[in-house]
Write a protein that binds this ligand. Structure first.
Ligand SMILES: NC(=O)C1=CN([C@@H]2O[C@H](COP(=O)(O)OP(=O)(O)OC[C@H]3O[C@@H](n4cnc5c(N)ncnc54)[C@H](O)[C@@H]3O)[C@@H](O)[C@H]2O)[C@@H](O)CC1
Ligand SMILES: Nc1ncnc2c1ncn2[C@@H]1O[C@H](COP(=O)(O)OP(=O)(O)O)[C@@H](O)[C@H]1O
Ligand SMILES: [K+]
Length: 496
C-alpha cells in the first residue's frame, strides 16, 4: 500500500521539517537523488556517465533549484551540464551559484539568436546535444499548462527526461494535463507521491516514479493505492469450516434476451472471484446455464433464493423491465453493486432511490459517461467529483478509467492506477461488476471490495494480454480477462 499526499499536505510537512533541518540541506538531499537517477538513466542510454551531456530546464522556483543542485552533483561525475534558465531573474540563486562553481554552464533559454519559437541558438544547441534532460521547470506550485517558452523547450526535447518531483505541465493535485506537458521517463519525487503521479494523464506522464525519503512526516494520505500484497492478504478464500453458503452467495441480475453476454460475463466473474455459490436471475438463464453449469439460474429475482449480495445492471436495459429488476434488487436489502443501466436508471428517476434499504451497502460503478448522467461532468478534478458524489448519494462510488477512483461516503479515496490499457474492451466492466458482487457477498467492506476488484481486474487483463504478465501484450476480449481472474488472484495471494 502506498499513499499520495496533496501539495498542501507536503508543504505543511516541509515547514515542520525545516524547523529541524535547514532548507538547503533538504534540497541537497532531494537534488542528490535526482542526480543519482539521472546518472542511472545516462548509463542505460549511453553506456556511461562521464563526458555525457545533461541539459537542465530551470524554472522560477525550488523545482529549478533542485535541478541546478542535481547539475552540480552530476558535474562531480564528469558530466557536461548546461542549465537553460526560463526566468533568469527569478532563478534559485544558491543553486545557480553552486552549478557555476562546479563548472556547469547556465544560459538564458530565450537568449540571442532566437528563432520564432523564442528559444535562443545556444539553448537550442544544448537541447539537441543532451543525452538526458532534467525537467526542473515547475513542481509542487504548478498552475495550469506550461507557459509558451517552456512548452517550446519541452517540444524540442528528444532525449529521455528525468522530471524533478512532477512532470511539468501536470496538475500536482489532479493529474490533469490541459496543454503541453513533459512526458518523463523517470520522475524523482520527495517524501511521498502526489495525486498527480497516480491520476489521469499524470500517471502516464510520470513514467517510473522514484520516491526519495527526505525526512517528511506526512500523516494520513489523501489517496491510497493498494499493492498486490494488500489485495492478496484480504482476498476471501474458503476456510476448512466453510460451506458454499457460509462464504456468501452472489446474486447476478444482468443481461437480457438482447444481451445474454452481459449475464455470462458478470456471472462468470462472480464464479471465478470467490468460492461459494452464484445464483443468476433473469431472461438469460439458458445461456448462463449452458456456459456456466455451476450457476443456479432462474428467470426472476423473486425465484432466485437467498443471496448475500446482488450484482446488477449490465445489459438489463433502461426500460420497464430493467427498472423493475433494479427496484426488486434494492428492496431485497442486500449489498448491491449496480453498474451500467442501473446508473442510468438511478440518474433518470430519483424516486428509484426510495426502494433502497439504507442499511445495505450500495456500490455504483460508472464509466465517465454514466458518472456524468448521475453527478455531472467529473471535469479535471475527478477525485473531488467522485468524493462529493459518494457523499451526496451515500454510496461507494467507483469511477472507471485508466486510473480507477473509489470513494466512500466518509471521504476515503482509493486509486487503482492500471498502468496499462488492456481492460479497455467491451464487456470488461461486466466482469468488474461480477468480481465486486462476489467480494460484497463475502462480507468485505464495500470500499475495499471495489479497490480489490479494480486491482485484480486490471491485473487479470495484463496477464491475459501478455500471457504471463511479462511478455509483449496482444489485445484481449472480456472473455479472456474473465478467464485470467483466477491467475490474478493467485498472483496477489502469492505476494501477500
Ligand atoms: N521547499 C523545499 O525546500 C523543498 C522543495 N522541493 C522542490 O521545490 C518544489 C516546489 O518549489 P516552489 O514552491 O518554489 O515552486 P515551483 O518550483 O514548483 O514553481 C515555481 C514557479 O514556477 C512558475 N510556474 C507555475 N506554473 C507554471 C507553468 N505552468 N509553467 C511555467 N512556470 C510555471 C511560477 O512562477 C511558480 O512560482 C518542489 O516541487 C520540489 O521540487 C525540494 O527541493 C525538496 C525540498
Ligand atoms: N484506457 C483504459 N485503461 C485501463 N483500464 C480501462 C481503460 N478504459 C477502460 N478501462 C477499464 O475497463 C472497464 C470498462 O468498463 P465499462 O466502460 O463499463 O465497459 P463495458 O460496459 O463495455 O463492460 C473498466 O473496469 C475500466 O476501468
Ligand atoms: K518538474
Amino acid at each position: 500500500m502506498y499513499g499520495a499526499w496533496t501539495p498542501e499536505q507536503v508543504r505543511d510537512a516541509e515547514q515542520r521539517l525545516f524547523e529541524r533541518v535547514p532548507e538547503p540541506t533538504v534540497m541537497r538531499r532531494a537534488a542528490y537523488a535526482v542526480a543519482v537517477h539521472t546518472a542511472r538513466l545516462l548509463d542505460e542510454h549511453t553506456s556511461g556517465v562521464a563526458a555525457r551531456h545533461v541539459t537542465l530546464l530551470v524554472g522560477a522556483g525550488n523545482n529549478g533549484g533542485d535541478a541546478l543542485w542535481a547539475g552540480k552533483f552530476l558535474r562531480r561525475r564528469g558530466v557536461g551540464v548546461t542549465a537553460l534558465l526560463l526566468s533568469p531573474e527569478k532563478t534559485h540563486a544558491a543553486g545557480l551559484e553552486t552549478l557555476r562553481r562546479a563548472g556547469g554552464r547556465a544560459i538564458e533559454a530565450a537568449g540571442p539568436g532566437a528563432d520564432t519559437s523564442g528559444i535562443g541558438a545556444d539553448a537550442a544547441d544544448a537541447l539537441e546535444r543532451a543525452d538526458v534532460v532534467i525537467d526542473g521547470i515547475v513542481g509542487l506550485s504548478a498552475r495550469g499548462p506550461l507557459r509558451p517558452l517552456a512548452a517550446e523547450l519541452v517540444d524540442r526535447v528528444e532525449a529521455p527526461i528525468v522530471a524533478v518531483d512532477l512532470p511539468s505541465g501536470v496538475d500536482p493535485l489532479t493529474g490533469a494535463v490541459d496543454g503541453p506537458a513533459v512526458s518523463a521517463q523517470v520522475t524523482v519525487t520527495f517524501g511521498g507521491r502526489k495525486p498527480g503521479h497516480v491520476l489521469g494523464a499524470g500517471l502516464v506522464r510520470s513514467g517510473g516514479v522514484e520516491l526519495v525519503d527526505i525526512g517528511l512526516d506526512l500523516g494520513e494520505p489523501e489517496l491510497t493505492v493498494l499493492s498486490d500484497a494488500d489485495v492478496g492478504a484480504g482476498w476471501p478464500v474458503p476456510s476448512p469450516f466453510d460451506t458454499k453458503y457460509s462464504q456468501g452467495v452472489v446474486g447476478v441480475a444482468a443481461g437480457s434476451a438482447n444481451f445474454p453476454g452481459a449475464a455470462v460475463l458478470t456471472s462468470g466473474a462472480a464464479v471465478h472471484a470467490t468460492s461459494g455459490m452464484v445464483r443468476y436471475a433473469g431472461p438469460a438463464a439458458d445461456p448462463v446455464r449452458s456456459r456456466l453449469p455451476e450457476i443456479v439460474a432462474t428467470g426472476s429475482i423473486t425465484d432466485a433464493g437467498r443471496v448475500q449480495s446482488w450484482a446488477v445492471g449490465p445489459g438489463i436495459g433502461t426500460g420497464a423491465s430493467g427498472r423493475e429488476v433494479l427496484r426488486q434488487v434494492l428492496e431485497a436489502g442486500r449489498a448491491v453493486c449496480g453498474d451500467a443501466d442501473v446508473i442510468t436508471l438511478l440518474a433518470g428517476d430519483p424516486t428509484l432511490w426510495d426502494a433502497r434499504d439504507p442499511d445495505a451497502p450500495l456500490v455504483l460503478t460508472p464509466h465517465e459517461g454514466e458518472f456524468a448522467r448521475l453527478a455531472g461532468d467529473p471535469g479535471g478534478d475527478r477525485v473531488t467529483a467522485v468524493r462529493e458524489a459518494a457523499r451526496r448519494y451515500d454510496v461507494v462510488l467507483l469511477l472507471k478509467g485508466n486510473s480507477t477512483i473509489v470513494a466512500a461516503p466518509d471521504g476515503r479515496v482509493l486509486v487503482n492506477p492500471a498502468g496499462h490499457a488492456w481492460p479497455s474492451t467491451a464487456g470488461s466492466g461486466d466482469v468488474l461488476t461480477g468480481i465486486i458482487g462476489a467480494l460484497l457477498a463475502s462480507g468485505l467492506d464495500s470500499w475495499l471490495a471495489c479497490g480489490y476488484a479494480a486491482h485484480v481486474h486490471a491485473l487479470a487483463a495484463s496477464l491475459a494480454a501478455s500471457g504471463d504478465g511479462q511478455g509483449v501484450g496482444a489485445p484481449i476480449g472480456a472473455s479472456a480477462l474473465l478467464e485470467a481472474v483466477p491467475e490474478a488472484v493467485r498472483t496477489v495471494r502469492a505476494a501477500a
